[in-house]
Structures are given as C-alpha cells and as structure tokens.
Design a protein around this ligand. Structure first.
Ligand code: SF4
Length: 300
C-alpha cells in the first residue's frame, strides 16, 4: 500500500512539474513577443502600431478616452449646393495641417479666383492661414481659447486692444504696451510687447503673477484680427459651417450604417470614401437638377 501511494505521489508531482514548465515556456514566449512589440513601437516613426490595419492611426477626438483608431476624412462643401467639392482621407490624427490643402483644392475645383472658406477651431494654425491668404483664399477660423486665465478670472489677450497705427497694445489699465523684440517659435516670428509699470498697477492681481504682463503677437496676426472681426460682425458663420459640412457627412454615415469603413489600408479607404462622395454628389445633383437636368448638364 505504502509503495503504491509513493508511486502515485511521484506521478502527480511529475505531472505538476510538466504543467508548470509548459506554463513557464508560454510566459517566456509572451515576454519575448511583448519585448519585440515594445522595440517595434519604439522604432515606429510616430510611436504607433495598429494591429488591425497597419495604416490606421489614433484620432484626436473630444470624447474622453475614446481611443479611436482610424482615418481622418476631410471635406470642403459648397454652401449653396451642399456638393462636396474636394475631399481627402489621411491618417493624421489632427486637423491642424489640413486647412490649406483642402481650401486650395476646393478653390481649384470651383475654378474661382477668390474664395471665402470657413473652418472650425481645430484647423486654427497660423502657417496654414497664411498659406490660404497667399493662395487668394479668405479664411474664417475661430481662435481657440488656449489660456486658462479666463477661468481664473484674469485678463485674457482679447482684453488688450491692439492699435495697429502705433503698434502698441492698450492694456485694461489704459497703458500702452510697446514692442520690445521678436523671437521665433517653431520658425514663426513672434513679436513681444510689455511695459515696466505693472508692479504698481492696482489691476495687477487680475493681470499677471510675474513682474509684468507680456503679450505675444504673430507677425501676420492682422489675418487673425480680420477673422475675429468677421466672426464678431456675423456670429452665424459657425452655424453656417455646421449646417453645410455636416449634412454630407451625416448622409454618408447614415448610408454606411454608422459603422467603420469596409476596407483596410489607406489606399483602399481612400477609394471607398471616393465612391461614397461620388454617390453622394450624384444623388445631390439629381435632387437639385432632376435626372434630365443632370444629363443635360453633363452633355453641355
Ligand atoms: S498689470 Fe500691467 S498690463 Fe496689466 S493692467 Fe496693469 S499696467 Fe496694464
């Protein structure tokens, strides 16, 4: 009896050892796989790897922790007809560098010498706004509020009035803040303005925590000032943008069933989107002109 028990114990131990060494091997394999992936991630130029679709990238969205991975569809839509006049699919997560390519493509498609384009604040980028201006395109893009001063009850840049003739900023205390010097930030020339009298100013606690409040001005900030004036004169610009560009997007998304693209890889997603845009534009033109009208227009 004793010998049989010992034999069973030995067999059970051997089974356990075999099971544990199997698990150990699998854990070592998994560690090696994760190390490889870590290295691949470190080597990836943009620090991202998508296992489902190698071309898809993380998209910046306002939804918290959305972790949305996919493609960025850009479109320019005509205000009068709601036709999509230009579109592009990229895998860049942000819109900031998409403004001038889309606006210039829309201007070429419409064959206009001049164009007024409206975009949302996600497109606000001085370099892009200047590129549009140089291409004969008037842009209206709201300036995003990047300073947390307003929430703290402190003066924001809009409280400092720029006097272009004298090249000074007039501060909330009515003092002139003069130009001091120009620096470069990411290759963009920025002019700096301040005065020395802030230390004794009664408004100082609402203005600055430093010795003086400094104001920065991009060399072509006149373009931004013009955009602010247009938006101030006509606050409906942004509703017009929403009603115009969201209409085709909403229609196409409804056709797609509110789901993801059916294809993978950037090249294929571009083709898929191009077919959607073509179908939308044909249906839109039929709605505007009727089938006969559209046939006549295509023959003419
Ligand atoms: S702290 Fe300086 S910049 Fe601010 S309101 Fe007073 S004088 Fe003007």
């Amino acid at each position: 009896m004793v010998r049989i028990d010992r034999q069973e114990e030995g067999e059970a131990r051997a089974g356990k050892v075999e099971h544990l060494s199997g698990r150990y091997g699998r854990i070592r394999q998994e560690i090696a796989r994760l190390k490889e992936m870590d290295q691949a991630l470190a080597d990836a130029p943009d620090g991202q790897i998508s296992l489902t679709d190698p071309d898809a990238r993380a998209m910046a969205t306002s939804a918290r922790n959305s972790g949305l991975v996919g493609y960025n569809v850009q479109s320019a839509v005509d205000v009068e007809t709601h036709l999509i006049v230009a579109h592009e699919v990229t895998n860049q997560g942000f819109d900031r560098e998409q403004l001038s390519p889309m606006a210039i493509a829309a201007k070429a498609a419409l064959g206009r010498d001049e164009l007024h384009a409206i975009a949302d604040k996600g497109y606000f980028n001085g370099r892009e706004i200047l590129a549009c201006h140089e291409a004969g395109i008037t842009m209206t893009v709201p300036r995003p509020a990047t300073s947390g001063n307003a929430a703290k009850g402190m003066y924001v840049k809009a409280d400092f009035v720029y006097d272009a003739e004298r090249d000074v900023y007039v501060c909330p205390a009515g003092e002139d803040r003069t130009y001091r010097y120009t620096t470069e930030e990411r290759s963009i020339p920025i002019r700096r303005y301040w005065i020395n009298g802030c230390k004794t100013c009664p408004l100082r606690t609402n203005c600055t925590t430093g010795n003086e409040r400094r104001i920065s001005r991009w060399e072509r900030e006149d373009l931004v000032d013009d955009m602010d004036s247009r938006l101030g004169r006509d606050p409906d610009y942004m509703s017009l943008r929403r009603c115009t560009v969201e209409h085709p997007f909403g229609t196409i998304k409804a056709w797609m069933g509110g789901t993801h693209f059916l294809t993978r890889r950037l090249k294929n997603v571009r083709s898929e989107m191009a077919l959607n845009v073509l179908a939308y534009n044909i249906k839109r033109m039929v709605a505007l002109l009727g089938v006969r009208g559209l046939m006549r227009a295509m023959q003419g």
